[in-house]
Each structure stands twice: as structure tokens, then as C-alpha cells.
Design a protein around this ligand. Structure first.
Ligand SMILES: *Cc1c(COP(=O)(O)O)cnc(C)c1O
Length: 497
């Protein structure tokens, strides 16, 4: 530990800050801190009681000139940081979708940080690239993906880890855009790229995640939303109808993003109908299964992925539901050339002598940034420590908890279920006005005992109850429901007064 001493030479100051011996000690302490945090997390209010700007007043306006003590920093974690943390791994957290976490993943992440390599090409760290390719094959096989998505030793497809589903969607759209321009130009060489780009149209469900529309803004293409049926899913006929209109108007449909497990209600687009339409129209079909994808490792959920054989690319987030901490968003493509060919840049300093061998991958061509972490370590540790069975148990347990919550809601006739409960998400509301349900959510948020977020379904304000933390048990679900019914009781009394 450094005692401030201006007479120390610069080299001494740098080396003394924290040496390996102290790192060992502090590292063990940190593991204890994290284990304590996770073990006792339910004693903390799940949602923080702070106002915007709370933190600035608690810390200095400038970085310190002289080194500070590690103990002081740790003390400030509890004083300054924790009061402003939303505890995503609390068993009382039911908002959004889960953020995966497990001890093997956390340990692997430490190792990743320790190795600290940047694996943009094979040569930049061969193990980083090769483990990733193999892990994506492992996971692809767990999902029973068609052989065309598996890299193997000489497949044309394969997988990559992106940071987020948003990036995977963007990548697929950019690759599709490039492919579409080339395709149109092949039969109309007189058409300029600009002319073609202005006519390209991407499609997605009106229930799709906002990141899909955002991708179209970044890609600079028109995006149209396809209406959904009464289960909030897109049917083939709905897409077909819009495509006919748009083609008649001289537009060029080039891309469709299907969703398996929509964010508002976990609805599943009918990809067995949509896939053949995309094929017929030479459109790229991307499948966004950010949340639900993890469940396809269970044979009973796998039928929901039927139609995957029509997709050009497929993505889901193991960092949501497969016990691998953020970030780990896995994406597979059928034709790796379609992705790589769209953005290849080869400055001399990134070339290496093995790149033409054909059996290895330079992942920098598959993503937007150059740099990338050794994220496949997390997959490797988690897959080996849990086994496929352990992962399936996790999914099934959480789906079971959602069903349990669903039956609590159904047993109370003041409430209604608003969408079919297929996985770990329950959409429900008080029978009555949107205003009433907005008030209920306000009460819930204000109480800080549980945390959930709303959505709109058919113009109705709906509460989403997503099973999130790995440590969630029946007793937490029961407690959450007691809390919700208590607040509802108060609300209904107040609204009668
Ligand atoms: C959560 C979610 C996303 C966004 O995921 P990121 O990895 O944060 O980009 C996209 N699509 C769906 C369906 C989601 O549920």
C-alpha cells in the first residue's frame, strides 16, 4: 500500500500501487465481497431510493492527484455505489428480462480479464478465436440447429459472439443490405448503389424490439412494421400482403427480422410460414430470439424454433437466460461469406500468415468493433460446470415459477392474464382501466419491495412479471404476489373512496 511520498521516484510510485502479493489478498477479499453480496442480496431493497444526480454530490469533482487507499475505495462502494444500484440478481427483481449470472461465469470472466487479450484475428490470440468457434458449435448443437449453421472444420456457416442482440441484428441487416445491392445490380448493372439503397425495405413485427427499428435507422433503409395476430405474432399472410403492396410501388423488400419471444409478451412469430416467403422473395431472414433462445436447449421448447432452416442468421442472448454473465450474445450465420464479404478491410498491420488457410476465422470481419474479449471462456466454464442437463434444469425451474405465478393471478378474479404464458414471463393486469394499472405499478415501484416494468398490448397497459434471478424460489413468488395483492387491495379501496 502506498503511503503518499512525493520524494518517491516515478518508477517506484507506479510499481507500488498494487503488486501481485496485494492483488492476491485483495482479490480473495473481492471474491468474498461478491459472494456476500449475492448471498445476501435479498436483504437490500431491489430498487434504489435515489434521485437523478445523487452521485455527483458524493464524490469529488476531479480525479485525485495522489494515490488513495484501497480500503477507502472499498468503503465508498457501500457508501456511494450500492445505494444507487438496481439489484438485478435479487430474487425480487422481475423487470425486463433476466440478466444471467453464475459463479463459473464470473470466474471465467476474471480469467478473461486477467489474460486481457484482444482477439480480433486468429493470430491476435489463437485460443480466443478457436474456443469461440467450438463453443458456438457446442451451443448450436445443444439447440439442434441445422448443420448449415455449424462451423465444424469446413462448414460454410458458423457462430460468433456479439456483445448484444442489437449488434447482431444490425450486423445481419448490413450484410443483407450489401447482398441485396449486389443482387439487384447483377441483373440491373445500370442502377447505382444509391438508387437501390433508397428502395430497400426491411420488415419486422410491430412487437419487435426497438433495436430492430434502430438498426434500420443506422443502416439507412426504410423499415416497415408488420401487424400481428391476436397472440401478438406475425403470420405469413400479413407479411405477404405488405410485400405485394410494396413491390407494386417499386420498392425492394430485402430483409425480415422475425422475433421468437417478443419483449412485451414473449410471442413467437410463425417462422415456418414466414421463412418460405422470405426465400421466395430473396429476402434475408434474421431471427431475434434474444430471451427465448436459451429455452430451445430443452426438447419441449425446441419445436418453437422449427423454421430455423429458412433463416440466414439467428441470434440469442445466453447473457439473458443461460447463466453466462453479460456480455455474450451468440449469432449464427448460414453463409459466413455474406457477413465477412460485406465489411472486409485488410490493413497490413492486421494481416497474418495463417489467414488464407480457410480453416480459421478472423472474427473482426464478423462485427463492428475491432477489439473483442475472450468471452467464450465464460461459455466453456458454464457448459462444463452445469452440463446440458443443469442448464435445462435452470430453464425448466424458471418456467415452472412463471406458471406458478400465473396460477396465483388466475385464482384471483380481480386480475386477468394478458398473453399466453409459454416461458418465464407473465403479462397480467387488474381488470379495469389503464389508469388503475398505472397507479398499481407506481405503488409497486415506490414500495421498492419488488421491481417490474410495464408494456402495452392492444392498447392496454399491462404489467410484466419476468422470472429473473437464478436464486428465485417459490417463496419469493408467493411473497411477490402477496405484496401485489396487498397494494391492489389498498388501491381499490382508495379508488372507491
Ligand atoms: C432483450 C432483447 C433485445 C436486446 O438485447 P441486447 O442484447 O441488449 O441488445 C433484442 N430483442 C429482444 C427480443 C429482446 O428481448
Amino acid at each position: 500500500m502506498l503511503v503518499t511520498c512525493p520524494c518517491l521516484p516515478v518508477s517506484a510510485r507506479v510499481s507500488v500501487t498494487m503488486d501481485a502479493a496485494e492483488f492476491r489478498r485483495r482479490g480473495k477479499e473481492m471474491v468474498d465481497y461478491v459472494a456476500d453480496y449475492l448471498e445476501n442480496i435479498e436483504q437490500r431493497p431491489v430498487y434504489p431510493d435515489v434521485e437523478p444526480g445523487y452521485l455527483r454530490s458524493l464524490i469529488p469533482t476531479e480525479a485525485p492527484l495522489e494515490p488513495e487507499k484501497y480500503d477507502d475505495i472499498l468503503a465508498d462502494v457501500e457508501r456511494i455505489i450500492m445505494p444507487g444500484v438496481t439489484h438485478w440478481h435479487s430474487p425480487y427483481f422481475y423487470a425486463y428480462f433476466p440478466s444471467a449470472s453464475s459463479y463459473p461465469a464470473i470466474l471465467a470472466d476474471m480469467l478473461c480479464t486477467g489474460i486481457g487479450c484482444i482477439g480480433f484475428s486468429w493470430a491476435a490470440s489463437p485460443a480466443c478465436t478457436e474456443l469461440e468457434t467450438v463453443m458456438l458449435d457446442w451451443l448450436g448443437k445443444m439447440l439442434n440447429l441445422p448443420e448449415t449453421f455449424i462451423a465444424g472444420t469446413h462448414g460454410h456457416g458458423g457462430g460468433v459472439i456479439q456483445s448484444t442482440a442489437s449488434e447482431a441484428t444490425l450486423m445481419s441487416m448490413l450484410a443483407a443490405r450489401c447482398k441485396a445491392v449486389r443482387y439487384v445490380q447483377a441483373s440491373n448493372p445500370e442502377k447505382s448503389q444509391g438508387e437501390i439503397l433508397s428502395k430497400l425495405v426491411a420488415y419486422t413485427s410491430e412487437q419487435a424490439h426497438s433495436s430492430v427499428e434502430r438498426a434500420s435507422l443506422i443502416a439507412g433503409v426504410i423499415m416497415k412494421k408488420v401487424p400481428t395476430d391476436n397472440s401478438y405474432a406475425v403470420e405469413g399472410s400479413m407479411l405477404k400482403k405488405i410485400l405485394e403492396q410494396d413491390k407494386a410501388a417499386g420498392l425492394i423488400p430485402f430483409y425480415f427480422c422475425a422475433t421468437l419471444g417478443t419483449t412485451p409478451s414473449c410471442a413467437f412469430d410463425h417462422i415456418t410460414e414466414l421463412g418460405p416467403i422470405c426465400k421466395e422473395e430473396s429476402m434475408w431472414m434474421h431471427i431475434d430470439a434474444a430471451y427465448a433462445g436459451s429455452a430451445f436447449i430443452c426438447p419441449e421448447f425446441r419445436p418453437l424454433l422449427n423454421g430455423i432452416e429458412f433463416a440466414d442468421s439467428f441470434n440469442f442472448n445466453p447473457h439473458k437466460w443461460l447463466l453466462i454473465n453479460f456480455d455474450c450474445s451468440t449469432m449464427w450465420v448460414k453463409e459466413r461469406e455474406a457477413i465477412i464479404g460485406a465489411f472486409k478491410m485488410e490493413p497490413l498491420y492486421l494481416k497474418h500468415e495463417n489467414q488464407e488457410s480457410g480453416i480459421i476465422t478472423d472474427y473482426r470481419h464478423w462485427q463492428i468493433p475491432l477489439g473483442r474479449r475472450f468471452r467464450s471462456l465464460k461459455m466453456w466454464f458454464v457448459f462444463r460446470m452445469y452440463g446440458l442437463q443443469g442448464l435445462q434444469d435452470h430453464i425448466r425451474k424458471q418456467v415452472g415459477l412463471a406458471k406458478e405465478f400465473e396460477s396465483l393471478v388466475r385464482a384471483d378474479n380481480r386480475f386477468e392474464i394478458c398473453a399466453k404464458v409459454i416461458m418465464g414471463l407473465v403479462c397480467f393486469r387488474l381488470k379495469g382501466s389503464n389508469g388503475l394499472n398505472e397507479l398499481l405499478l407506481k405503488k409497486i415501484t415506490k414500495s421498492r419491495e419488488i421491481h417490474l416494468v410495464p408494456c402495452h398490448l392492444s392498447g392496454r397497459f399491462v404489467l410484466r412479471f419476468a422470472i429473473c434471478a437464478r436464486s428465485t424460489e417459490t417463496r419469493h413468488i408467493q411473497q411477490a404476489w402477496r405484496h401485489i395483492t396487498q397494494l391492489s387491495f389498498e388501491l381499490l379501496q382508495e379508488s372507491q373512496e
